[in-house]
Write a protein that binds this ligand. Sequence first.
Ligand code: HC1
Ligand code: SF4
Length: 567
Amino acid sequence: TVKLTIDNIPVEVEAGTTILKAAKEAGIHIPTLCYLEGINEIGACRVCVVEVEGARNLMASCVAPVAEGMVVKTNSPRVRMARRLNVELLLSNHEMECPTCIRNLNCELQSLARELGIRQVRFEGKKSEHPVDDSTPALVREPDKCILCRRCVAVCEKVQGVMAIAPLGRGFDTVIAPAFQEKLVDIACVECGQCTLVCPVGALYEKDYTSEVWAALADPEKFVVVQTAPATRVSIGQEFGLAPGSINTGQMVAALRRLGFDRVFDTDFSADLTIMEEGSEFIERFTKGGPLPLLTSCSPGWIKFMEHFYPELIPNVSTCKSPQQMFGAVAKTYYARKVGIDPARMVVVSIMPCTAKKFECQRPEMRDSGYQDVDYVLTTRELARMIREAGIDFKNLPEEQYDDPLGESTGAGVIFGATGGVMEAALRTAYELITGETLPALDFYDIRGLKGIKEATVDIKGTKVRVAVAHSLGHARQLLERVKAGEQYHFIEIMCCPGGCIGGGGQPIPTNTEIREQRIKGIYQVDMEMPIRKSHENPSVQALYREFLGKPLSEKSHHLLHTEYTR
Ligand code: HC1
Ligand code: SF4
């Protein structure tokens, strides 16, 4: 260990620790901006500078390691002046539209200016000008708000392994953009939105569809149906000051009703439906010779990644549409007919933790109902905006229930929202369908949690089924390389975002490792409390098969619930 003092407090830490971490351990706050633990530790913004006795220059504490006997000052006049200067320089080249910015009151630059007591910007100079890129259905890139912290670049490269964006040019002309300043829609960006979660300012954000949804709600001709993704119930509360991971299913349903949706349904229902189809697909492939491993298909960022980087795996990917898309197709056919509503009048809105779902719903093959199956996707953040705008007091809402029948779900449906959950839900059903026996233990702990790649071997009456789970595309790539090198698996779950959908690119900001863990806890808590925890026991899914689809993998199922991919 190394002994030093920080602001006269004696501190003892492991050798190699940065001054920033040592200070944190001692309970001393040093402001940061470009720093993202474990992902972007580059000392670029120099907001975290500290004074070290005997050193001529101030040091960026996020990269400077401690040394024996070091005397550190985090709060000297020189430090405060330097921090202020650095932030003022950033502000001098920042498109300051705070009251109308999407990140108003949730902006790290704004908070920092406040924290550092900046009352004026002493520099006035040229501002860089770059066009806004809103070429994708999911994202907006607004470079004139960018502060060049490079957090988005680091996440895209190190967590997602996509490398869609990078710093181009030098000095004042530097811009973070796709190579050759191409548009996002023309490159391999998978629209996961992980970059929007780490952007400290309003330079990268989701494309907002709230005005389209307000318009549909106000139109008496329209019958507006909403579905809520599994992960949204454990994250929406954060937007209203509740603890990350708190479970607010009932309040979310109540809020959606107050916003004027005609029916409030649950994507968990169609997650159960997905398990029926995908579980049956797995059993069919497993017993009839493949192709294996079967790869899950519910995460649209992962699907886009696969189409760009692993098109040779298309035969392995499940043909099942995602639960979001199955929901849309069922709502505009089965449900519309059941309640006697012309599907042309029906508008299907999804509340998703995901930006890529906006892209997924606009894919040309997602129109099997005869209409666009899902019309609009709102992220958790956009829903929170609508609730705020409507003046709804979210925290004090009563808990309400989903509507029937597309609101009925099981514990298996809800765990889709956490990494490992799709596999666990599938195993709960596949085991019972294959053996005809009741599964002795429902919880598959080996494939839960935040480890990047998880594996398990499940004994189904003497047959060993080898499964694996990867979340984040960086880990997916590692696992797929193992598969290509000949490692044998039967069934693999891949989710695009770290932690699964609970860590999706449309979730409340901040979303970090700790918050992901709390949301995962919430998800399994909901599962535990559900009276039914296996998809094949969902009575409304059973009724859907009885009344409409026939059986899993039937012709009708294939038409409405399955799809194909493009190279
Ligand atoms: Fe997901 Fe899914 S779990 S992809 O993460 O399969 O977005 O929550 O809705 O479709 O059900 C997201 C979450 C979500 C789908 C389901
Ligand atoms: Fe990279 Fe995902 Fe952002 Fe695209 S959306 S730039 S893939 S992090």
